[in-house]
Design a protein around this ligand. Sequence first.
Ligand code: ADP
Ligand code: MG
Length: 238
Amino acid sequence: MSTPLLQVSGLQVNYGHIEAVKGIDLALHEGQITTLVGANGAGKSTTLLALSGLVKKAAGRVMLDGKDLSKMAPHTIVANGVVQVAEGRATLTTLTVQENLELGAYARRDKGNRAADLAHIYELFPVLKDRANGLAGNLSGGEQQMLAIGRALMAKPRVLMLDEPSMGLAPIIVQDIFRILRDINQAGLTIFLVEQNVKQALKIADRGYVLETGTVVLSGTGRELLVNPKVQEAYLGR
Ligand SMILES: Nc1ncnc2c1ncn2[C@@H]1O[C@H](COP(=O)(O)OP(=O)(O)O)[C@@H](O)[C@H]1O
Ligand SMILES: [Mg+2]
């Protein structure tokens, strides 16, 4: 297999005495969806926060296409193309949908063609176009999640990272969100998807890692993990 676009080695994060992430290795290949699944408290969010530079790493290295991101500040990591969708759909509720999207482009080095980028987001999420001038706070949960994804896409990421985009959404909306992730991946974007919804995540993922109490206990293709008896017993209720 090719050299990973994003390579994480020996990542360790502590909160005081709590060892939340205990030295994990991850490889994200270009153009693939890689998922990190596990139960509540496994260390998934901590892993993402560490990749985004938002919590201190006790040890480990993060390399993007040969460039060392390990010691970079969060905004520099974003400018290098590693962009996390805001957790809990933290859209700015008192701004309009379009203003939220425009903020997404803020961290970009190359300002590109803002109008064309907006048009592209509206093509992906027609519901956002219909609501462009409405306040983000008036969107439904699913629409706010779409806006959060749209905003992250406006930063033109090389790697899009998401922390439990399915959380709190009705199953039919979860299907929508996952279909959109598949679509943007098929258009070439590398995705790192963190999920507690193990089944849905493994279904759309090229590769997956199973995290338990800060340690990667299993990895493989999405398909391999879906049919793995240990995964089925622990996460799929079989
Ligand atoms: N800010 C924090 N301070 C102390 N402990 C934390 C903090 N955030 C998370 N933890 C602990 O770290 C572990 C991993 O948490 P987290 O990364 O949020 O897991 P997940 O996202 O998989 O649910 C858990 O034991 C959690 O209680
Ligand atoms: Mg979490």
